[in-house]
Design a protein around this ligand. Structure first.
Ligand code: GLU
Length: 371
């Protein structure tokens, strides 16, 4: 348990704080655990580092405000989030002598390229102004099926958005273990994970796993997302002053997930993980080969079929005729209906067929990722 894994050097971190630290009794809002975390944040900033805080606890704070029992149903929870969000923000802001900024994001903001870029610009500007951005999901307006739903995954997206070099997930658990430490006395902390794979995910409650609770799965999903984007990730206990001290000294007291290669661009990551496909384009073998081998753009000539009611600007899957599974994902330049009309034709014919000069490509290579 004593192995001290050094943290990689970092300049900008996204720090995620879970509801359990903010409302330990699931009701009452408490600053008990926040103080030590706030000190960690202030010290890091004093050393010239940048922090973006992703804080949960809006619902818990709302419940505390009303003295309510369990909220029933989505509208009730959304109302509690609306009531509690300012309280949660205030709880943090009180602890700092620099300005705090509230940023509420939703799934749409990550999915829509324009909103993604706007959010990115806002966060960048807040950091430039040396404010502390405090991010949460925009729970009170999020539609259930289009929610991120958990702040671990949100924090990973934010880490990508701000191009952080570290994602720190603080909760009330110490680390990832090889078995459920509450049930298996010999459970051992996993100090370091080189790559988050199926076996790692299984530790968090996949089939047959012992560790089924505590939100470890979403933390591992977040670690998988962030590390794939070149962002080292740490899971540590934010209630434990010694753990926070260790982090401040550059040691990882919990589990460190090593960053994978950092080549994947933010856009690439966004297309792979945040962007939901709205349809499918089936291409012929020649086009499939060109996409795979040459990183080419997709031209109308190679398109066989378009399905789904996608619009220009939507993400679509690209599949090879007769093959199962998608070969690429990208942003369509045409609506499905238009695409059906120009499918199989040369780019030079587009204007004559559609009656206007459209883009030459169906998906531009810059907007395409191979899967
Ligand atoms: N956004 C939720 C809240 O502030 C919490 C989601 C989570 O903890 O993962 O209450």
């Amino acid at each position: 348990m004593e192995t001290a894994v050094p943290l990689p050097a970092w300049k900008r971190a996204v720090l995620k704080v879970g509801s359990n630290l903010i409302a330990p009794e699931r009701r009452r809002l408490s600053t008990r655990h926040l103080l030590a975390i706030a000190r960690f944040i202030a010290d890091a900033r004093a050393q010239g580092r940048e922090i973006v805080l992703v804080s949960s606890g809006a619902v818990a704070a709302g419940r505390a405000l009303l003295g309510e029992g369990e909220a029933q149903g989505i509208p009730a929870k959304q109302a509690l989030a609306a009531l509690g969000q300012p309280r949660m923000l205030e709880a943090w802001a009180r602890l700092f002598d620099f300005p705090c900024a509230q940023v509420l994001l939703g799934y749409d903001d990550l999915q829509n390229r324009r909103r993604f870029v706007n959010a990115k610009n806002t966060l960048r500007e807040l950091l430039r102004l040396q404010a502390l951005p405090i991010v949460n999901e925009n729970d009170s307006v999020a539609v259930d099926e289009l929610r991120l739903g958990d702040n671990d995954n949100l924090a990973a997206h934010v880490a990508v958005l701000v191009e952080a070099d570290l994602l720190l997930i603080l909760s009330d658990i110490d680390a990832l273990y090889d078995a459920d430490p509450r049930r298996v006395p010999t459970a051992r902390r996993i100090a370091r994970v080189a790559q988050v794979d199926e076996a790692t995910l299984a530790l968090a409650g996949g089939a047959g796993s012992a560790v089924g609770t505590g939100g470890m799965l979403t933390k591992l999903q977040a670690a998988a997302k962030a590390t794939a984007r070149g962002i080292a990730t740490v899971i540590a206990n934010g209630r434990d002053a010694a753990a926070l001290d260790a982090l401040a000294r550059g040691a990882c007291p919990g589990t460190l997930f090593d960053a994978a290669g950092s080549q994947v661009s933010a856009k690439d990551h966004w297309m792979r993980h945040a962007l939901a496909s709205q349809g499918r384009i089936v291409v012929d073998a020649g086009a499939a080969r060109a996409l795979r081998a040459r990183g080419a753009s997709l031209l109308p000539a190679g398109v066989r079929e378009a399905s789904g009611a996608f619009r220009a600007g939507d993400a679509v899957e690209v599949c090879e005729e007769g093959a199962s599974g998608a070969l690429a994902k990208g942003i369509a330049q045409y609506d499905a209906g238009e695409l059906m009309r120009i499918a199989g034709r040369s780019s030079g014919d587009i204007a004559a067929i559609l009656g206007y000069e459209g883009p030459e490509t169906v998906i531009h290579r810059d907007d395409l990722v191979l899967l």
